[in-house]
Design a protein around this ligand. Structure first.
Ligand code: MN
Ligand code: MN
Length: 324
């Protein structure tokens, strides 16, 4: 079963005005071939269909935990699309419907975003083509599926970069920045899983594509808070064995390491950067607040839901893990 938490995985800034064409670009990350509906659908059915779960527990855990995170990515992109379509505030109630109050919607790229979906998101791509089941691959062969997933994550990052490069609106750029960081974790996790199963050093193919996250301002706070080295279990003690997919001395993408080698957190912790950590949420919320970004002076976030207890793979010694 899945646990529901009433928040988005990233905070999205409100657009100053509606921008349906920006929303249309962001739709590619939702219903496109490499969009979140595809990663969700692939990992969801792969995890449901997974055979030999006991024998292959870490790999089952990997596909399963990433699948549930992808559901949150679908939610995040959908919110971004809706925010860009609608802009701030509520729809006006005193419009004169005889004066074509939405005349400009004739000229937006995805007229269906207004006509059919009422400003909401739908599982279609940036050209309003439907996402469909043909984008789901579940072969019944673990290595084949992991190869596919590795390709899917790498392709998804390429598409996110392209969408990012088309957008000026902070809302859509924030979605891209967050998902680029999370995608780097997923791509590397699948690479390490393939390495474990086959012995091939597939992680040496990373970063593919070579995206300089250091040049993307929206990525920085997520790198600072360590989002590029976590896999989420969202408070559940289950799936802890996913840590077995990597070892403590295995590092993530070299490009990220270079980008963040001088990061504030690395200096503070003296950590060898970056190391994938298995992560779990605290058993109950706290009210601690913390600064979230060196670049956003006034930005603090409630740490209640954000204070993920961290546990380095294979060394479950933190209080959060001890509670379990
Ligand atoms: Mn995703
Ligand atoms: Mn992913």
């Amino acid at each position: 079963m899945f646990m529901r938490i009433d928040r988005l995985q990233a905070e999205l800034p409100q657009p100053k005005k509606p921008n349906p064409n920006a929303a249309a670009a962001l739709q590619e990350l939702l219903g496109g071939k490499y969009g979140e509906m595809s990663t969700l659908g692939n990992y969801m059915f792969q995890s449901f269909n997974f055979r030999n779960r006991e024998k292959l527990k870490p790999f089952y855990g990997l596909v399963s935990t990433i699948f549930s995170e992808e559901l949150g990515h679908v939610e995040l992109v959908s919110h971004g699309v809706s925010m860009l379509n609608n802009g701030p505030g509520n729809p006006k109630e005193d419009v004169d419907i005889s004066k074509a109050p939405f005349e400009e919607m004739q000229d937006v790229r995805l007229a269906g975003s207004f006509v059919s979906y009422g400003g909401g998101a739908a599982p279609v791509n940036s050209n309003s083509m439907s996402w469909n089941v043909d984008m789901v691959t579940t072969t019944g062969n673990l290595i084949m599926d992991l190869l596919h997933n590795f390709h899917l994550e790498c392709g998804a990052r390429l598409h996110k970069l392209r969408v990012y490069e088309t957008l000026k609106e902070p809302t859509g750029r924030e979605v891209c920045g967050y998902l680029l960081v999370r995608g780097s974790v997923h791509a590397h996790a699948y690479a390490l899983a393939l390495k474990k199963l086959t012995g091939v050093a597939i992680e040496r193919m990373l970063p593919t594509p070579n995206i300089p996250l250091a040049n993307i301002p929206e990525c920085q706070k997520y790198l600072d808070e360590g989002s590029h080295r976590r896999l989420y279990r969202f408070g559940s003690p289950d799936y802890a064995e996913v840590a077995g997919v990597w070892s403590n001395d295995e590092v993530t993408c070299p490009a990220i390491r270079q980008a963040r080698s001088k990061s504030s957190m690395a200096r503070r912790t003296g950590a060898k950067w970056p190391i994938l950590w298995a992560t779990t949420a605290p058993s109950r919320p706290t009210t601690r607040r913390r600064k979230c970004s060196r670049s956003q002076r006034s930005c603090t976030r409630r740490a209640a839901e954000y204070s993920w207890g961290e546990a380095r793979a294979h060394t479950p010694t933190t209080p959060a893990m001890a509670q379990q």
